[in-house]
Design a protein around this ligand. Structure first.
Ligand code: ATP
Ligand code: MG
Length: 412
């Protein structure tokens, strides 16, 4: 157990900011010792539009987490979001030059650099380089090439690119709240860190994080990221549909969605369908009644449409998703979402609850899919701090293995 490690994750979303503080427990599990949540303002589709409002929400969420944990936090790993991110699979080849043709860290870095050589739109940057595998003299499927022998080293790398201004503005907003940013991590990658098992990543799965205004998709296979896509829609679209359909305010629509919302009419018995909900139309004080079936009729087509877009993207990649679809983010909690996704993707689907093997402490309080990103950010922070500490005073083979893990981290 290491008390020096303090792992903090802050998920800055369009509707909520969530902060999670973790400490290392035995067996590399993370004990959650603090968590906090605040309503978010100053973001549109994951991009900062008002820095002071974002800072204020970060202060609130972090302050709440500090109170729960009794700890002071100085820095955090923060999520990176926005509708423009996209992933591409690239490859790069280098000749192995060193003595005895033994592959060194430098060769691997060169191979990844070579895969990253690409023309970027003006103002864009590479935000993540995620090595998938290496090929040494035609032998594929190699994940840890350092120390192996060969003459030709090829890297297959998933590269995620996006506009740099979004990242810089988010960084500034967090610093304005008095916190340092250790690192930024793509939102679906963070959600995957806390909810997916190694088997899920190995056999293939699609992680779909449904936020308020952004839905992101990351497809895993053979232990690595194979595809990334972001869509400009999420839970807020349901709220807007309800507001328009029932002539209620956005706040009232949100309340109705959270309390009575259901996106699959097949989930309800006939009696329940006819149950009456009292709503307050805009500009009125008296309530009006409507059946749960009418509410479902508004929400169901939107759920099918939203998930169909994501499923089409997944099908387009021809990826094998034997481990199915994992839904995270607040938008996934809507009743019936999993069942609809199961039909639309034609694959087993589950809600992304925190993987019990990775978390302890107050994990029960934050196990819901809406906490997957913040918990994943904190877990990733703890894992990289442990690896850094372990790098000191290790045998050279262990160092190589750990270096590789750090190396993957470096490109996250
Ligand atoms: N019980 C519920 N039923 C239906 N929808 C829900 C429920 N709880 C939360 N939501 C919806 O989830 C969405 C918020 O999800 P989340 O907190 O993951 O988004 P965010 O991270 O703030 O936004 P984004 O990732 O798009 O920037 C909102 O649209 C909210 O209405
Ligand atoms: Mg989010």
């Amino acid at each position: 157990m290491n008390r020096e490690i303090q792992a903090v994750g802050i998920d800055i979303g369009t509707s909520k900011v969530r902060c999670v503080i973790g400490e290392q427990s035995d067996n590399s599990r993370m004990n959650i010792v603090g968590y906090g949540e605040a309503d978010s303002r100053g973001l549109r589709r994951g991009i900062v539009t008002g820095a002071e409002a974002v800072s204020e929400a970060v202060r609130k969420a972090a302050g709440e987490a500090e109170r729960v944990s009794g700890l002071d936090i100085q820095s955090a790993v923060v999520n990176l979001s926005g509708e423009h991110f996209r992933g591409e699979n690239k490859n790069g080849v280098v000749a192995v030059a060193g003595a005895g043709r033994e592959i060194t860290e430098e060769d691997v870095e060169r191979a990844i650099e070579s895969a990253s050589a690409m023309q970027l739109p003006s103002g864009w940057e590479i935000v993540n380089r995620l090595p998938q595998e290496f090929i040494i003299d035609g032998q594929d499927g190699i994940t840890e090439p350092v120390g192996m022998s060969g003459a030709r080293l090829e890297s297959l790398v998933h590269i995620v690119i996006g506009p740099s201004a979004g990242r810089q503005n988010l960084d500034k907003a967090v610093r304005r709240a008095g916190l340092d940013v250790d690192r930024m991590m793509l939102e679906p990658l963070a959600a995957a860190e806390s909810t997916l098992t190694d088997d899920d990543k190995e056999y293939g799965c699609a992680l779909v994080n449904i936020g308020a205004e952004i839905t992101s998709l990351m497809i895993f296979g053979r232990g690595a990221v194979q595809h990334t896509a972001v869509f400009p829609f999420g839970g807020l679209h349901f709220t807007k549909d309800i507001a328009v359909g029932l002539r209620v305010s956005i706040q009232e629509a949100n309340k109705i969605k959270h309390h009575y919302g259901c996106v699959g009419s097949f989930m309800m018995e006939d009696d329940e369908k006819q149950e009456i909900i009292e709503i307050v139309p805009v500009g009125r004080t008296e309530t009006r009644g409507l059946t749960k079936e009418i509410l479902c009729d508004i929400m169901q087509p939107r759920a099918i449409e939203l998930l169909q877009h994501v499923a089409d993207e997944t099908a387009g990649t021809r990826a094998q998703i034997s481990s199915g679809v994992i839904l995270t983010g607040g938008g996934s909690i809507a009743r019936g979402m999993v069942e609809i996704a199961e039909q639309v993707f034609d694959a087993p689907t589950r809600l992304g609850y925190l993987e019990p093997e990775y978390f302890g402490g107050l994990a029960g309080e934050v196990k819901g899919p809406e906490w997957a990103v913040s918990c994943g950010l904190a877990l990733s922070s703890m894992r990289s701090q442990i690896r850094e500490l372990n790098m000191n005073g290790k045998s050279s083979t262990r160092k190589v293995a750990e270096w590789f893990e750090n190396f993957r981290d470096k490109f996250r």
